[in-house]
Design a protein around this ligand. Structure first.
Ligand code: SAM
Ligand code: DTB
Ligand code: SF4
Length: 329
């Protein structure tokens, strides 16, 4: 079946609003046409520069615009980051994602991030970074250093975006995604639900993602973790079934993409997570911490995988990585 890039909002809304069990059945059936059943990809996250971000995203603990009690940290040493990457690999993760609280990387930061990419890649892990906006030259240099994925979320609908962030525009997000594509990297782009948006905004976000020139290879669906001190600190919790519907529709309209359960998993029961896997989610972030907020620990994840009969995707053996690299030279 060929992928579609011409979804209309009306079609997406019809998928979203159908009876819940029909939606889940469709999503899991399509999932099995494109992916191995019962298989989960696991990524690990590390914050390489924490807090004091100049952007004003209303949900974020790291924005300098709000008093969130977060302890800011300068760039961590490359050697420390590589120790984290080794531990992530030992725990079974196949991708290591590094995040920095920047509007965009400065030129002076580029040697540092390029060294990190090369170091993590040499461990036989897939590499991912999320550093804010990139220009063409920065995207090209990251790709040349071996960066596999760049995470840059559209976060919410175009209409709701200015209610959440005033320091950049939705079109600036699209520009960076284009630079990432042009440089030949894989795109990781999704959003957050539970921001106080309405169902049309969730449909709008899904529509924007599914009508990009190519679907993102990876689509994180974050559930708001309310942070005290931010304007969204006391936001009412979204009905979890709406989060599940968002995942199922993402699976239906971007069938080849990995759909990742991202922020917010810590607050969910095992049954809620199981429903999300049934809806077609096939990737998670593991580890005790996301960037600044707690995450469900690796041992809890292993228990859940065992209970559900889920198999973790395995990392490429390092010898294979090295010999492929050698062939490419
Ligand atoms: N600064 C970069 C940016 O915004 O693109 C990368 C890091 S930012 C923390 C990555 C993503 O984390 C955001 O796009 C948003 O989707 C998610 N996020 C941030 N704070 C969150 C929160 N409190 N709850 C859920 N997701 C959150
Ligand atoms: C994404 O979409 N979710 C991850 C990753 N990309 C970088 C980040 C979640 C951050 C949650 C809030 C925090 O820990 O500060
Ligand atoms: Fe900065 Fe990213 Fe947080 Fe926005 S979400 S304040 S850009 S770290």
């Amino acid at each position: 079946m060929s992928l579609r890039y011409d979804w209309t909002r009306q079609e997406i809304e019809a998928l979203y609003q159908q009876p819940f069990l029909d939606l889940l059945l469709q999503a899991q059936s399509l999932h099995r046409q494109y992916f191995k059943a019962n298989s989960i990809q696991v990524s690990t996250l590390l914050s390489i520069k924490t807090g004091k971000c100049p952007e004003d995203c209303k949900y974020c603990a790291q924005s300098a615009h709000y008093d969130t009690q977060l302890i800011a940290e300068k760039k961590i040493a490359v050697s420390t980051a590589l120790e984290h990457a080794k531990a992530a690999k030992a725990s079974g993760a196949t991708r290591f994602c590094m995040g920095a609280a920047w509007r965009n990387p400065h030129e002076r930061d580029m040697p540092y991030v390029l060294e990190l990419v090369q170091g993590v890649k040499a461990l036989g892990l897939e590499t991912c970074m999320t550093l804010g906006m990139l220009n063409t030259s920065q995207a090209t240099r990251l790709a040349d250093a071996g960066l596999d994925y760049y995470n840059h979320n559209l976060d919410t609908s175009r209409e709701y975006y200015p209610n959440m962030i005033s320091t950049r525009s939705f079109d600036q997000r699209l520009d960076t995604l284009q630079h990432v594509r042009d440089a030949g990297m894989k795109v990781c782009s999704g959003g957050i639900v539970g921001l106080g948006e309405d169902v049309q905004d969730r449909i709008g976000l899904l529509h924007e993602l599914a009508t990009l020139p190519l679907h993102p290879e990876s689509v994180p669906i974050n559930l708001l973790v309310p942070i005290q001190g931010t304007p969204l600190g006391n936001t009412e919790k979204l009905d979890i079934l709406e989060w599940i519907r968002t995942i199922a529709v993402a699976r239906l309209i971007m069938p080849k993409s990995y759909i990742r359960l991202s922020a917010g998993r810590e607050s969910l029961t095992e049954s809620e997570q199981a429903l999300a896997f049934m809806a077609g989610a096939n990737s998670i972030f593991s580890g005790d911490k996301l960037l600044t907020t707690p995450n469900q620990g690796t041992s809890q994840d292993q228990t859940l995988f065992k209970k559900l009969g889920l198999q973790q995707e395995v990392a490429q053996p390092i010898a294979q990585v090295l010999s492929i690299d050698a062939m490419a030279v």
